[in-house]
Write a new protein. Structure first.
Length: 490
């Protein structure tokens, strides 16, 4: 791979309006991924970029794309865009769009973002006259394509960002549907923090003779993050969390949980402990998520409790610590979580709490990252035992029951994965049950149904039927139905 020994953005040959915007932002020195990727993209080449989170990937493609648009000004296609950027989450899509607006502030470019959870009409209006840059999540973009409110036949540059998370969320088929709508002659840019086999296969399909830029080994953690691990009983994690927050050095902290309910519970407990907190996850409305993120950025809340929806979608300066209240089911997610701190050359700290049921998850993380995390044993700690009693008094146990680690639930947390909604519908033994339904899915005890319908057939396999058309009976008294795929951030 050719090395670019460049020390200043002015050495890259970027257009003057871009240099003016960079100067206003206080950026003078490109990161390694920027220094290596920008020249290739400016030349119109396809690119495969591998870099861990927090290394400046967005600017690595946004700056040269804006340079190319400025060098070849033309009217954007109606209902379409000259540049399409696909992102896995709403937060990340919004931040990418904001970066394009910031870097292109002196260029008069048009930028819009399209994702689920927002009203259609403003998006249709934004698309109507054409855009220079469209940033979108896959599901909502497919909706617009099907409704013919969006047209991609004249798109010149296609960017797939955070490709490995796209794979985690089940977006590979939607991506292929979108790519089928693009012209064959286009520039393709493919960015990912890790490079599992499926991502390599997708890259081979999309890219033509690409340049490859890799600035870190796969699945390595940010060097400037100091990592610490505490072994602790699951029921004493809350007490240990409160003890950690007694240190004022934890000034702006992201706390990660595996589930949406867990995030809300931890945020309530921190609030009760005197730590201003907010939670963010896929069940929150877009306005709730934006409000929580704005409060965190402004310093109005000290802790942001999040599911893996935020592992790559929150770009907040000055995050002092990341706390893994629960270890992630997918080991690569650990890399992305702790990458929320130590950004832009700063230092940071990652603290992980591990109970006995999470030992296998820890082994997976240390195997993938090729690291052994320094650990402290806080099990059977009398101070934590006393503090746990206080924690239970602050927030009742029933409201804070910890979610057990269930190997069957791997990859089924809240990381914007295609969602299977759950429900139960109780029927007497051998009788029928009815419930609201929506898409088909699998259920425990051979239950099968749709959407959030509740269906419990009796021990004699009495069928339960969902209003959406799914049916399900179970061998057991509780056959849990599961709903259709619905990418919640699309």
């Amino acid at each position: 791979m050719k090395e670019y020994l460049l020390t200043q953005f002015t050495d890259l040959g970027l257009a003057q309006p871009l240099l003016k915007a960079l100067t206003a932002e206080g950026y003078t020195v490109p990161t390694p991924i920027q220094a290596q990727a920008i020249p290739h993209v400016m030349q119109g080449k396809d690119l495969l970029g591998i870099a861990q989170t927090g290394t400046g990937k967005t600017a690595a493609f946004a700056l040269p794309i804006l340079h190319r648009l400025a060098a070849n000004p033309k009217k954007a296609p109606r209902r379409g865009a000259r540049v399409l950027v696909l992102s896995p989450t709403r937060e990340l899509a919004s931040q990418i769009a904001e970066s394009f607006r910031s870097y292109g502030r002196h260029m008069g470019i048009t930028v819009a973002v399209v994702f689920g959870g927002a009203k259609y009409n403003p998006q249709i209006k934004a698309l109507a006259n054409g855009l220079d840059v469209l940033v979108a999540t896959p599901g909502r973009l497919i909706d617009h394509l099907q409704q013919k409110t969006c047209y991609l036949g004249e798109t010149e540059i296609f960017v797939l960002d955070e490709a490995d998370q796209m794979l985690d969320l089940g977006f590979v088929l939607p991506i292929r549907k979108i790519v089928a709508q693009l012209p064959k002659e286009r520039q393709n840019l493919f960015f990912s923090a890790t490079m599992p086999g499926e991502i390599g296969k997708l890259a081979a399909e999309l890219l033509k003779n690409p340049e490859k830029v890799s600035v870190a080994p796969q699945s390595t953690t940010v060097e400037k993050v100091e990592q610490t691990l505490y072994f602790v009983e699951a029921q004493r994690k809350r007490a240990l969390l409160a003890e950690l927050f007694a240190e004022r050095a934890l000034s702006r902290v992201i706390v990660f949980t595996r589930t949406k309910r867990g995030a809300d519970r931890v945020a309530r407990y921190l609030e009760a402990s005197g730590v201003p907190s907010a939670s963010i996850h896929g069940d929150k409305s877009q306005s709730q998520r934006e409000k929580a993120l704005a409060a965190f950025k402004a310093g109005a809340c000290r802790a942001m409790v999040a599911t893996d929806i935020a592992a790559r979608g929150i770009d907040v300066d000055g995050v002092s610590h990341v706390i893994n209240y629960e270890l992630p089911n997918v080991p690569e997610a650990y890399v992305h979580r702790i990458g929320r701190t130590a950004r832009a050359g700063a230092t940071g700290m990652a603290i992980s709490l591990c109970c006995d049921d999470e030992r296998n998850l820890l082994k997976d993380i240390q195997r993938v990252t090729r690291q052994t995390i320094p650990a402290f044993d806080r099990r059977n700690d009398k101070i934590l035992a006393q503090a746990t009693a206080v924690a239970d008094a602050l927030v009742p146990k029933d409201a804070n029951r910890e979610d057990p680690v269930n190997p069957q639930q791997r990859n089924r947390g809240d990381s914007n994965r295609p969602n299977r909604s759950h429900g139960r519908n109780q029927g007497h033994p051998g009788s029928h049950g009815r419930g609201a339904g929506g898409g088909g899915g699998q259920g425990q005890g051979q239950g099968r149904g749709e959407g959030s319908g509740r269906g419990r057939g009796g021990p004699n396999r009495g069928p339960g039927r969902g209003a959406g058309g799914g049916n399900g009976g179970g061998h057991s008294p509780k056959a849990i139905t599961s709903g259709s795929w619905s990418p919640i951030d699309s």
